[in-house]
Design a protein around this ligand. Structure first.
Ligand SMILES: Cc1ncc(COP(=O)(O)O)c(C=O)c1O
Length: 437
């Protein structure tokens, strides 16, 4: 750094490092602008949310709850967070909402902290069957030192084996029965599981990270009215807000509310990223207006996309259940543990289609699975409907079945995508300004 004409000018070496970040950010934006974002856990934020996330709030602190802060300067943020709690209670139709969590994983860590003690028993879906890493010993469950047992799995129905799960719960009497997956094609028959859990004094915790927007939009299942006591989730998957989490409960018990709030702060968060919380509040307001149609359109598109892929000759899972009732579609591309999913994901990326490889039932190796997990929530957000789902399926076929050169397909993908640059289901629908910086 040197001082030139009274102002500090940065060294060229430092500046060139920052420029690497600017260029890579712009390049990543272009990849998604010209391509098809189909990772089931991702989404894009509305122009208004994007403005809030880039605001001065990103540098501020507000520990505590509205009206009970450890810092000065929080009056305006109190207005924002109070409104957000009210909106979250209304959008998720629940008496308790904490909107501070910085991610779905943080919501899970906090919920487990509030609900259990080290050494307690917990039941959950295994990661091999689609459970999330935070449901496993390697993640939040291990962090709380819980004693994990996993439900038997019904491969045909792609859901827990309900009789087996209920027997396990009655036999083990776990402190927490955790429900929900990362691979989440169909609603879980929750009532039977919740009845068994409540019979033995367990708490039912539903992880709705992936399907939260579908739940709030009335297009999936309604866990908090089907027996779940607690619902956690991410604010940035099918719920189309900025990255963050929610912690919700159907209980009217104020002692539990206090425990849940304390588990977030001071339990697992100090600063809780005020710009993202404010962005969540705007996303909640937008969801009140547009959420129901967005959720219904996502599920309609996913079903149509699955059928279109099957018509192209792909092996789409859960055919007997009409493939999917969520935003996700699962495809098999080769033998178990063959790595065919990884190869397919790589070829698709060369054609401008961004997906992720995924383990399917039978796979044992996370880095060489046989499948892909695909999500249509981002394509729906930019206005694609069932006709476009057929076109997208034909791009998959050109790359993976007909063996066309992915770079040729990439040009057609970019031309197709150029017609879908406006963010929908939000206030001030407009082209995203943040793409190339
Ligand atoms: C079921 C489930 N729970 C929790 C999470 C974690 O969410 P986040 O990435 O917001 O921490 C995920 C992530 O995909 C998930 O699939």
């Amino acid at each position: 750094m040197s001082r030139v004409n009274g102002s500090w000018s940065p060294s060229q070496t430092a500046l060139s490092k920052a420029n690497i970040v600017l260029e890579a950010t712009a390049s990543s934006g272009k990849l998604y602008r010209d391509g098809l974002g189909m990772i089931a856990s991702e989404n894009i934020v509305s122009p208004m949310v994007q403005r809030i996330v880039a605001s001065d709030l990103h540098g501020r602190y507000a520990e505590g709850l509205p009206g009970k802060r450890y810092y000065q300067g929080c009056t305006d943020f109190d207005t924002i967070e109070s409104l957000g709690i009210k909106l979250a209670r209304s959008v998720f139709n629940t008496p308790f909402a904490n909107i501070q969590s910085t991610s779905g994983t943080v919501s899970n860590i906090a919920a487990l902290k509030a609900l259990s003690k080290p050494g307690d028993k917990i039941t959950a879906v295994s990661t091999a069957d689609g459970g999330h890493i935070s449901h496993a010993r390697m993640g939040a469950v291990g962090l709380r030192d819980l004693n994990l047992s996993t439900y038997p799995w019904n491969e045909d129905r792609m859901e827990p084996d309900i009789d087996g799960a209920c027997s396990l719960i009655r036999e083990l009497e776990p402190r927490v029965c955790l429900i929900g997956q990362s691979v989440f094609l169909f609603p879980t028959p929750l009532k039977e599981i919740a009845d068994a859990a409540h019979e033995v004094g367990s708490t039912v915790m539903y992880d709705g990270a992936h399907v939260l927007g579908l739940i709030a939009g009335g297009a999936f299942q309604d866990p908090l009215r089907e027996g779940a006591d607690i619902m956690t989730g991410s604010s940035h998957k099918t719920f189309p807000g900025p990255q963050g989490g929610f912690l919700l409960s159907s209980s009217e018990d104020e002692k539990l509310h206090k425990k849940l709030n304390n588990a977030i702060f001071p339990g697992v968060c100090s600063s809780y990223h005020l710009h993202h919380v404010a962005g969540k509040v705007v996303a909640l307001a937008e969801f009140e207006e547009y959420g129901e149609s967005y959720a219904k359109d996502i599920v309609k598109n996913a079903k149509h996309f699955a059928q279109a892929l099957a018509s192209e000759g792909f092996d789409v899972l859960a055919e007997s259940r009409n493939y999917t009732a969520s935003h996700q579609v699962l495809t098999r591309h080769g033998d178990t543990d063959s790595g065919a999913g990884a190869k397919a994901a790589d070829l698709l990326e060369q054609a401008g289609i961004i997906t992720n490889m995924n383990m399917l039932p039978g796979d044992t190796k996370a880095l060489s699975p046989s499948g892909l997990r695909l999500g249509v929530q981002e394509l729906t957000r930019v206005g694609m409907g069932i006709n476009e789902m057929e076109e997208v399926a034909s791009f998959y076929s050109r790359v993976l079945i007909k063996g066309e050169d992915p770079s040729t397909v990439k040009k057609d993908v970019a031309e197709f995508k150029s017609n879908f640059q406006i963010i929908r289901y939000c206030f001030n629908e407009s082209e995203l300004s943040g793409y190339p910086l």
